[in-house]
Ligand binder design. Structure first.
Ligand code: AVI
Length: 316
């Protein structure tokens, strides 16, 4: 290994280990958190604007409808914590409705994107303390030690919970339950089960942006881990798995081929897939049951006017 490549990999140790680990399994897989570098986060923002991807639009409409009710439930001097904060449009709606929010803590794995959206909030809400945290919120809640303990409200829109498998979702919710304590809450957006054609269209858009987003993980491996994936030899594949109630995204190898990542060779058979993402869809009841298993009670649930997405206010 030459020195340059050595340091390249050292700086990306965890990414490299996760990639090799995932691609060495019988069913090859890659963690979906690696979609989100600067390019991936921008592609995801593009997905949110697509005609087929209803999640963002429906949730924005829902937030507009219920924001005064949310503000009442939240009360005053809240510390609003947003794991996986994106461009901050939804949080802006919420912050604008609150009487006296004290602090906003956006958390995101993509530092550049986070700084950018943190700046926007600072400019628009000069009275709110903004405390951006660059972290993988699925790994640790250490960042919370920096915030006051009372009235912590975790805002988790966008149906990101759907990207966790049910066991991870349960443990995430029970961790959140611990940090919000007896006075806090979690406001969480959850995509609803709906007709398969509508679900599959949302993950197979005509413009091919979702395919590009999916392949961005290979681009990152090439750029950051000295890989040589040929993007044209992999195909985006997304479908609804009815039994598991989830959209699955895969990258399917078009032919028998070998890929080198740093010095490691990975072999693919024709049609072999890399499983890159799950996006679970819940009914209101199945989600409330999941929250209950995590020790949380539902104070209130809402759905948008087209019955596409839901939002829940959960407490201890
Ligand atoms: C971020 N997350 C909720 C999106 C979803 O719908 O599961 C990610 C996504 N993947 C493909 N399109 C959007």
């Amino acid at each position: 290994m030459d020195a340059k490549v050595g340091s390249l990999i050292e700086n990306n140790n965890e990414f490299y280990d996760d990639v090799i680990d995932g691609l060495s399994k019988k069913q090859k897989s890659l963690p979906c958190k690696y979609f989100y570098d600067q390019v991936g986060s921008e592609l995801f923002e593009e997905i949110c604007q697509l005609d087929e991807y209803y999640v963002t639009r429906s949730e924005l409409e829902l937030i507009d409808t219920i924001k005064s009710e949310l503000a009442q439930l939240i009360g005053s001097n809240a510390v609003i914590i947003e794991p996986g904060a994106g461009a901050g449009i939804k949080i802006q709606k919420l912050l604008a409705t609150l009487d006296t929010p004290s602090t906003y803590v956006p958390i995101d794995i993509s530092r550049d994107f986070l700084n950018y959206s943190g700046e926007i909030i600072k400019q628009k809400f000069p009275n709110i303390d903004v405390f951006p945290v660059a972290a993988d919120f699925t790994q640790s809640f250490k960042w919370l030690d920096y915030t006051v303990q009372s009235n912590r409200v975790v805002f988790f829109p966008g149906s990101t919970i759907g990207n966790f498998d049910p066991a991870q979702a349960e443990s995430f919710l029970s961790n959140v339950g611990e940090i919000i304590g007896s006075k806090g809450a979690i406001i969480i957006g959850v995509d609803l089960v709906k007709p398969i054609a509508q679900l599959e269209a949302a993950y197979n858009d005509q413009k091919g942006i979702t395919a590009e987003f999916n392949k961005n993980i290979l681009v990152r491996i090439n750029n950051e881990l000295n890989g040589n994936f040929d993007l044209d030899l992999f195909e985006h594949d997304a479908f609804f798995n009815v039994e598991k109630s989830r959209i699955e995204m895969h990258l399917k190898s078009k032919e028998d081929q070998s890929v080198i990542i740093n010095e490691q060779q990975i072999d693919f058979k024709e049609s072999e897939r890399i499983h890159t993402e799950n996006s679970y869809k819940y009914s209101i009841d199945s989600f409330v049951e999941l929250a209950q298993r995590a020790g949380l009670k539902r104070a209130k649930s809402w759905v948008d006017s087209n019955n596409r997405v839901s939002m829940h206010y959960l407490v201890n």
